[in-house]
Design a protein around this ligand. Structure first.
Ligand SMILES: [Zn+2]
Length: 228
Protein backbone atom coordinates (compact mmCIF):
# COMPACT_ATOMS: atom_id res chain seq x y z
CA UNK A 1 0.00 0.00 0.00
CA UNK A 2 1.02 3.60 -0.42
CA UNK A 3 0.85 5.30 2.95
CA UNK A 4 0.92 8.90 4.14
CA UNK A 5 1.05 9.84 7.82
CA UNK A 6 -0.69 12.88 9.31
CA UNK A 7 0.21 13.65 12.91
CA UNK A 8 -2.68 15.64 14.40
CA UNK A 9 -4.27 17.08 17.51
CA UNK A 10 -3.35 17.53 21.15
CA UNK A 11 -2.12 13.93 21.45
CA UNK A 12 0.04 14.09 18.31
CA UNK A 13 -1.63 10.92 17.09
CA UNK A 14 -0.45 9.42 13.80
CA UNK A 15 -3.34 8.99 11.39
CA UNK A 16 -2.87 7.44 7.96
CA UNK A 17 -4.10 7.83 4.42
CA UNK A 18 -3.49 4.49 2.72
CA UNK A 19 -3.88 4.11 -1.02
CA UNK A 20 -3.99 1.20 -3.43
CA UNK A 21 -1.42 2.27 -6.05
CA UNK A 22 -3.24 0.33 -8.81
CA UNK A 23 -6.64 2.00 -8.52
CA UNK A 24 -6.13 5.05 -6.29
CA UNK A 25 -8.73 3.76 -3.84
CA UNK A 26 -7.89 5.22 -0.42
CA UNK A 27 -8.80 4.68 3.21
CA UNK A 28 -8.27 6.79 6.29
CA UNK A 29 -6.98 4.92 9.33
CA UNK A 30 -7.83 6.66 12.63
CA UNK A 31 -9.09 10.20 13.03
CA UNK A 32 -7.49 12.41 15.66
CA UNK A 33 -9.88 14.21 18.01
CA UNK A 34 -10.45 17.41 16.01
CA UNK A 35 -11.22 18.36 12.41
CA UNK A 36 -7.50 18.87 11.70
CA UNK A 37 -7.23 15.66 9.66
CA UNK A 38 -10.25 16.63 7.55
CA UNK A 39 -8.66 19.98 6.73
CA UNK A 40 -5.28 18.47 5.92
CA UNK A 41 -6.71 15.82 3.60
CA UNK A 42 -8.98 18.37 1.94
CA UNK A 43 -5.87 20.42 1.18
CA UNK A 44 -4.35 17.59 -0.89
CA UNK A 45 -4.21 17.94 -4.65
CA UNK A 46 -5.46 15.93 -6.41
CA UNK A 47 -8.09 14.99 -3.82
CA UNK A 48 -7.76 11.34 -2.74
CA UNK A 49 -10.54 8.90 -3.55
CA UNK A 50 -11.62 8.12 0.03
CA UNK A 51 -13.59 4.86 0.02
CA UNK A 52 -13.52 3.83 3.66
CA UNK A 53 -12.52 4.71 7.20
CA UNK A 54 -10.78 2.13 9.38
CA UNK A 55 -10.15 2.35 13.12
CA UNK A 56 -7.38 0.66 15.11
CA UNK A 57 -9.12 1.37 18.42
CA UNK A 58 -11.61 3.72 20.01
CA UNK A 59 -9.59 6.03 22.24
CA UNK A 60 -10.66 9.59 21.59
CA UNK A 61 -7.38 10.57 19.90
CA UNK A 62 -7.86 7.72 17.39
CA UNK A 63 -11.65 7.77 16.90
CA UNK A 64 -12.90 11.07 18.36
CA UNK A 65 -13.14 12.92 15.04
CA UNK A 66 -15.07 10.17 13.27
CA UNK A 67 -18.15 12.40 13.02
CA UNK A 68 -16.08 15.16 11.43
CA UNK A 69 -14.69 12.73 8.83
CA UNK A 70 -18.06 11.17 8.08
CA UNK A 71 -19.58 14.62 7.53
CA UNK A 72 -17.19 15.00 4.58
CA UNK A 73 -16.66 11.38 3.51
CA UNK A 74 -19.84 9.37 3.99
CA UNK A 75 -18.09 6.02 3.47
CA UNK A 76 -18.19 2.59 5.12
CA UNK A 77 -16.48 2.67 8.51
CA UNK A 78 -14.87 -0.43 9.98
CA UNK A 79 -13.97 -1.04 13.62
CA UNK A 80 -12.70 -4.04 15.63
CA UNK A 81 -15.78 -5.75 17.02
CA UNK A 82 -14.39 -6.08 20.54
CA UNK A 83 -13.82 -2.33 20.65
CA UNK A 84 -17.54 -1.58 20.91
CA UNK A 85 -17.61 -1.14 24.74
CA UNK A 86 -14.83 1.47 24.55
CA UNK A 87 -16.35 3.13 21.46
CA UNK A 88 -19.59 3.56 23.40
CA UNK A 89 -17.70 5.65 25.99
CA UNK A 90 -16.54 8.30 23.46
CA UNK A 91 -19.14 10.83 24.67
CA UNK A 92 -17.54 10.69 28.14
CA UNK A 93 -13.93 9.75 27.38
CA UNK A 94 -12.75 13.35 27.68
CA UNK A 95 -14.14 13.40 31.22
CA UNK A 96 -12.58 9.98 31.95
CA UNK A 97 -9.15 11.43 31.10
CA UNK A 98 -9.78 14.72 32.90
CA UNK A 99 -10.42 16.71 29.71
CA UNK A 100 -14.21 17.14 29.45
CA UNK A 101 -13.84 19.58 26.53
CA UNK A 102 -12.71 16.55 24.49
CA UNK A 103 -15.94 14.58 24.93
CA UNK A 104 -17.04 13.55 21.43
CA UNK A 105 -20.10 11.92 19.83
CA UNK A 106 -19.64 8.36 18.59
CA UNK A 107 -20.15 8.51 14.83
CA UNK A 108 -21.34 5.56 12.77
CA UNK A 109 -19.83 2.08 12.51
CA UNK A 110 -20.89 0.07 9.44
CA UNK A 111 -18.85 -3.08 9.87
CA UNK A 112 -17.21 -4.79 12.82
CA UNK A 113 -14.23 -7.08 12.23
CA UNK A 114 -12.66 -10.00 14.08
CA UNK A 115 -9.16 -11.45 13.93
CA UNK A 116 -8.34 -12.70 10.42
CA UNK A 117 -10.99 -10.65 8.64
CA UNK A 118 -10.05 -8.70 5.51
CA UNK A 119 -11.26 -5.58 3.76
CA UNK A 120 -10.84 -4.82 0.07
CA UNK A 121 -9.49 -1.41 -0.96
CA UNK A 122 -9.39 -1.31 -4.74
CA UNK A 123 -7.13 -4.23 -5.69
CA UNK A 124 -5.52 -4.23 -2.25
CA UNK A 125 -6.46 -6.65 0.51
CA UNK A 126 -5.96 -5.33 4.03
CA UNK A 127 -5.85 -7.94 6.76
CA UNK A 128 -6.96 -7.39 10.34
CA UNK A 129 -4.96 -8.73 13.29
CA UNK A 130 -6.66 -8.45 16.67
CA UNK A 131 -4.14 -7.32 19.34
CA UNK A 132 -6.14 -6.53 22.49
CA UNK A 133 -4.46 -5.29 25.66
CA UNK A 134 -4.13 -1.51 25.34
CA UNK A 135 -7.90 -1.63 24.76
CA UNK A 136 -10.39 -4.54 24.54
CA UNK A 137 -10.37 -4.69 20.75
CA UNK A 138 -7.25 -2.83 19.61
CA UNK A 139 -6.12 -4.20 16.26
CA UNK A 140 -3.73 -3.78 13.34
CA UNK A 141 -4.26 -3.39 9.59
CA UNK A 142 -1.60 -4.79 7.26
CA UNK A 143 -0.53 -6.01 3.84
CA UNK A 144 2.72 -7.71 2.75
CA UNK A 145 4.93 -4.68 3.46
CA UNK A 146 3.29 -2.38 6.01
CA UNK A 147 1.36 -2.72 9.24
CA UNK A 148 -0.59 0.04 11.01
CA UNK A 149 -0.60 -0.98 14.67
CA UNK A 150 -2.39 1.81 16.55
CA UNK A 151 -1.17 1.86 20.16
CA UNK A 152 -0.10 -1.81 20.31
CA UNK A 153 3.59 -1.25 19.59
CA UNK A 154 5.80 1.84 19.35
CA UNK A 155 9.44 2.33 18.33
CA UNK A 156 11.13 1.33 21.59
CA UNK A 157 7.93 1.00 23.62
CA UNK A 158 4.42 -0.44 23.76
CA UNK A 159 0.95 0.96 24.41
CA UNK A 160 -0.13 1.66 27.97
CA UNK A 161 -2.07 -1.06 29.72
CA UNK A 162 -3.13 0.92 32.82
CA UNK A 163 -6.21 2.56 31.29
CA UNK A 164 -9.80 1.57 32.09
CA UNK A 165 -10.59 -1.55 29.96
CA UNK A 166 -6.86 -2.23 29.35
CA UNK A 167 -5.57 -5.75 30.05
CA UNK A 168 -1.80 -6.34 30.41
CA UNK A 169 -2.18 -10.13 30.20
CA UNK A 170 -3.89 -9.80 26.81
CA UNK A 171 -1.12 -7.41 25.73
CA UNK A 172 1.54 -10.04 26.50
CA UNK A 173 -0.14 -12.51 24.15
CA UNK A 174 -0.95 -9.88 21.48
CA UNK A 175 2.71 -8.85 21.22
CA UNK A 176 3.66 -12.51 20.74
CA UNK A 177 1.19 -12.78 17.86
CA UNK A 178 2.17 -9.44 16.32
CA UNK A 179 5.89 -10.28 16.36
CA UNK A 180 5.16 -13.65 14.74
CA UNK A 181 4.40 -11.75 11.50
CA UNK A 182 7.26 -11.28 8.97
CA UNK A 183 10.06 -9.15 10.45
CA UNK A 184 10.43 -6.92 7.39
CA UNK A 185 6.99 -5.38 7.94
CA UNK A 186 7.27 -1.61 8.42
CA UNK A 187 5.48 -0.68 11.63
CA UNK A 188 3.39 2.50 11.58
CA UNK A 189 2.39 3.30 15.14
CA UNK A 190 -0.26 5.53 16.65
CA UNK A 191 2.46 7.78 18.04
CA UNK A 192 6.13 8.32 17.20
CA UNK A 193 8.48 7.04 14.51
CA UNK A 194 8.29 4.29 11.87
CA UNK A 195 10.13 1.08 12.72
CA UNK A 196 10.08 -2.59 11.67
CA UNK A 197 8.92 -5.70 13.48
CA UNK A 198 12.42 -7.18 13.23
CA UNK A 199 14.07 -4.12 14.77
CA UNK A 200 11.59 -4.03 17.67
CA UNK A 201 11.90 -7.76 18.25
CA UNK A 202 15.70 -7.33 18.60
CA UNK A 203 15.79 -4.12 20.65
CA UNK A 204 12.46 -3.13 22.24
CA UNK A 205 12.86 -3.28 26.06
CA UNK A 206 9.24 -4.45 26.44
CA UNK A 207 9.79 -7.49 24.20
CA UNK A 208 12.55 -9.11 26.27
CA UNK A 209 10.21 -11.96 27.28
CA UNK A 210 9.65 -12.85 23.61
CA UNK A 211 13.40 -12.79 22.87
CA UNK A 212 13.88 -15.14 25.79
CA UNK A 213 11.11 -17.49 24.63
CA UNK A 214 12.48 -17.62 21.08
CA UNK A 215 16.20 -17.59 21.87
CA UNK A 216 16.74 -14.26 20.11
CA UNK A 217 19.86 -12.30 21.10
CA UNK A 218 19.30 -8.83 22.52
CA UNK A 219 18.92 -6.86 25.73
CA UNK A 220 17.06 -8.74 28.50
CA UNK A 221 14.24 -6.23 28.64
CA UNK A 222 11.99 -4.88 31.34
CA UNK A 223 10.18 -7.16 33.77
CA UNK A 224 6.73 -5.73 33.04
CA UNK A 225 5.22 -9.16 32.39
CA UNK A 226 6.13 -10.51 35.84
CA UNK A 227 3.12 -12.00 37.60
CA UNK A 228 0.91 -12.03 34.47
ZN1 LIG B 1 -4.95 4.46 22.65
Amino acid sequence: MHLRCFTVGAFQVNTYLVTDPATGASAIIDTGETDELVRRIQALSPPPDIQMILLTHAHLDHAGALVDLQRVWDVPTVMPRAEQPLFDTLPVQGRMFGMPHLDRPCGRIDRRVDDGDTVLLGDLTLRFLSTPGHTPGQGCWYDDEDIVVGDTLFAGSIGRTDFPLSDPALMVESLRRLTALPGHLRVHSGHGAVTTLEHELKTNPFLGYIRKERGIAGPPGLAWTRGL
